[in-house]
Design a protein around this ligand. Sequence first.
Ligand code: S3P
Length: 445
Amino acid sequence: MITLQPSDRHQSLTVTIPPAGVSLQGTLQIPGDKSISHRALMLGALAEGETTIQGLLLGEDPRSTAACFTAMGAQISELNTELVTVTGIGLGQIQEPVGILDAGNSGTTMRLMLGILASHPDRFFTVTGDDSLRSRPMSRVVNPLVEMGAQIWGRKGNSLAPLAVRGQELQPIHYHSPIASAQVKSAILLAGLMTYGRTTVTEPALSRDHSERMLRAFGAQVDVDPETHSATVTGYPTLKGQQVIVPGDISSAAFWLVAGAIVPGSELYIENVGVNSTRTGILVALELMGADITLENQREVAGEPVADLRVKHSKLIACEIGGDLIPRLIDEIPILAVAAVFAQGTTIIRDAAELRVKESDRLQVMAAALTKMGANITELPDGLEITGGGSLVGAELDSYTDHRIAMSLAIAAMMATGTTTIDRAEAASISYPTFFDSLQSIAKL
Ligand code: S3P
């Protein structure tokens, strides 16, 4: 039985997970895609007229986005998965909020919103977030926005929140981003909406392209050059409210893909998963490892590719990953590390230094937690080296308030002998509020 109890050490919940005595079986519906949920709320708020959103993620992160845009004049109905209605404010019309905008734990909310705020002249904004977000680098969006003429102030050379923004008329730029980051790309493209001329972002590898797709659907002109990984937005489009259908989040499905692959005898069917090729790196990596995953009922829903995924247990082998694949599975590396513990040979993950500036330092936290469970794992400056084939023992662990760490360690715990506790486990609700219920239902723990 999985139990959630008040933590002794933090004002939070500790989850206790016994080993999975049986194989995992069942059909899972996963929550809506986090990236698409944020963008639907933001573009709905900036558009004229009404936007409807089906399948919105009800996690804490989209709630932060909704609260921020409500404070700036958007009318957003009560959040639910069936149908959310956003009555747009109109591009250029956002109102100066009387209070501080709180992005909570959400890097996407803060970074994308900064592009919008910086480009709305004659208004003043202050933006903050929780302890984790206030320690994450904002210079990656502040610097290009300042290059466009933005006025932004903050701690540590204007790189850390809380940030203050005085909206300005901006100039278009061609920004060559040093990192493949959809948050950076999207912040600049969103600023480009309110900037006369053409604003371009070129990135070293292609990051998720949900902004480009959704901006086009709402009526903006967005030109992409796949050869150079560039996207260009033309300023001052007319954005019109749309019907958005949010597919299930492949980053949430990843926990079940790995669980089904490593727990002997398992077979799981995961319905309605977004399989946009900028997000399917986890499928590529698991296929390299010999996982038995099939895509069924492939279809397109509201401009995004979707499929149902079937995973069956199989023997896994180690793999080496890096380069352009990394942005396509950036959020899945913690759970991939768990898969590697059960793969024969040494898995090497490189070019993933970005993980150090996520909700926690995910390389350090995963290496420490899996070492405590008995895994053979070494932290590299930009990745992890994991020699699989051993076994895990239950341990007392901590999520460090990082949702993907909480869920990755929960899957590892099922494969450990003895019981594992994970402190601050409620972090899962950032992107997957029903995660532990689903775990209980398929694992009969
Ligand atoms: C996101 C982009 C990624 C990802 C994050 C969501 C987005 O971050 O890790 O969970 O919605 O644009 P980076 O752009 O920093 O890589």
